[in-house]
Design a binder for this molecule. Structure first.
Ligand code: ADP
Ligand code: MG
Length: 249
C-alpha cells in the first residue's frame, strides 16, 4: 500500500486510542482539569509539557482510572478508563519496582495474578520484553542491585508485559542521574518506532522533537497548545507556552 492509499476500513473505523471530551476534574474545590479535549489516534506519540502543577499527571492518570474525572467523557480504545476495559501501561517518575522481587518476578507478577497467565508463558513474555529494553542479563537481580536507568527500563518492560494498547509515561527520566537519562529515552524511542501509542509527560524537548507527533502544552488545567513539534518549537502561539519554552530549552 502506498502512503497515499486510503486507510482500509478496519483502520478507519478503529476508535481513537484515547479521547477526552470536555473533561473536568477537581481535587476538592480545586479545579485541576478544565474542559480538556484531546484525541490520540492509534500509534500516535504525544509529548505533554507545561509548568509544575498544570495538571499533566492528573490528565494521564485519568486515562488509566487512577484519578476520577467529574465532567465530560474519556474513552480509551472506545471504552471507559479503568476496570476491565482498555489495557493501559504506566511508568512513573520513581521506578516503584517491588524491592523484594527479582527483575523477572517484577515482570511476571501481574500477568500471572491479574492476567492469569501460566508461569512459564509469563516468564517467556517477560524475557522477551526484558530483551527488548536490553536488560535481560539482569533478570535474576533485585531492584537495589540495578542503576536507576536500569530500574526504569525494568519498569517499562513490566508495563509491556500487560500487553498495553496505550503506554503512559509520567516524567520517566526526571528522577534519574543525568548520565542515565539517554538510555531510558533510547528505550522510549525504540517503543515509538515499534508503533506503540504513547503519551509522555516530559521536559526533554530533544525527545519531543525526535519522536512526538504532537506536543501538548498545559497550563492551569487547560491545554493551551496542541501542535506538531515543528510548529510548536518554531512559533508557540500562546505567550505562556513561549515563556515556558524559554525556560526549558
Ligand atoms: P503536574 O503533573 O502538571 O505537576 P498535577 O496533575 O500533579 O500537575 O497537579 C495539578 C494540581 O492538582 C496541582 O495543584 C496539585 O497540587 C493538585 N493535586 C494533584 N494531585 C492531587 C491529589 N491527589 N490531591 C489533591 N490535590 C492534588
Ligand atoms: Mg506531574
Amino acid at each position: 500500500m502506498t502512503a497515499s492509499a486510503p486507510a482500509p476500513d478496519s483502520a478507519r473505523s478503529r476508535p481513537p486510542a484515547v479521547e477526552f471530551r470536555g473533561v473536568g476534574a477537581w481535587f476538592g474545590t480545586q479545579h485541576v482539569l478544565r474542559d480538556v479535549d484531546l484525541t490520540v489516534a492509534p500509534g500516535e506519540r504525544i509529548v505533554i509539557c507545561g509548568p509544575s502543577g498544570s495538571g499533566k499527571s492528573t490528565l494521564i492518570r485519568c486515562i488509566n482510572g487512577l484519578v476520577p474525572h467529574q465532567a465530560g467523557t474519556i474513552r480509551v480504545g472506545g471504552r471507559a478508563p479503568g476496570g476491565e476495559g482498555a489495557r493501559v501501561g504506566m511508568v512513573f517518575q520513581a521506578f516503584n519496582l517491588f524491592p523484594h522481587l527479582s527483575v523477572l518476578e517484577n515482570c511476571t507478577l501481574a500477568p500471572i495474578h491479574a492476567g492469569r497467565m501460566e508461569r512459564r508463558a509469563a516468564e517467556e513474555l517477560a524475557r522477551r520484553h526484558l530483551d527488548r529494553v536490553r536488560i535481560l542479563g539482569e533478570a535474576a537481580k533485585y531492584p537495589a542491585q540495578l542503576s536507576g536507568g536500569q530500574q526504569q527500563r525494568v519498569a517499562i518492560a513490566r508495563a509491556l508485559c500487560m500487553s498495553p494498547e496505550v503506554m503512559l509515561f509520567d516524567e520517566p527520566t526526571s528522577a534519574l542521574d543525568p548520565e542515565m537519562v539517554q538510555e531510558v529515552l533510547d528505550t522510549l524511542v525504540g517503543l515509538a518506532e515499534g508503533g506503540m501509542t504513547m503519551l509522555v509527560v516530559t521536559h526533554e524537548m530533544g525527545f519531543a522533537r525526535q519522536v512526538a507527533d504532537r506536543v501538548v502544552f498545559m497550563d492551569e488545567g487547560q491545554i493551551l497548545e496542541d501542535a506538531p513539534p515543528r510548529d510548536f518549537f518554531a512559533a508557540p502561539g500562546h505567550p505562556r507556552a513561549r515563556s515556558f519554552l524559554a525556560r526549558v530549552l
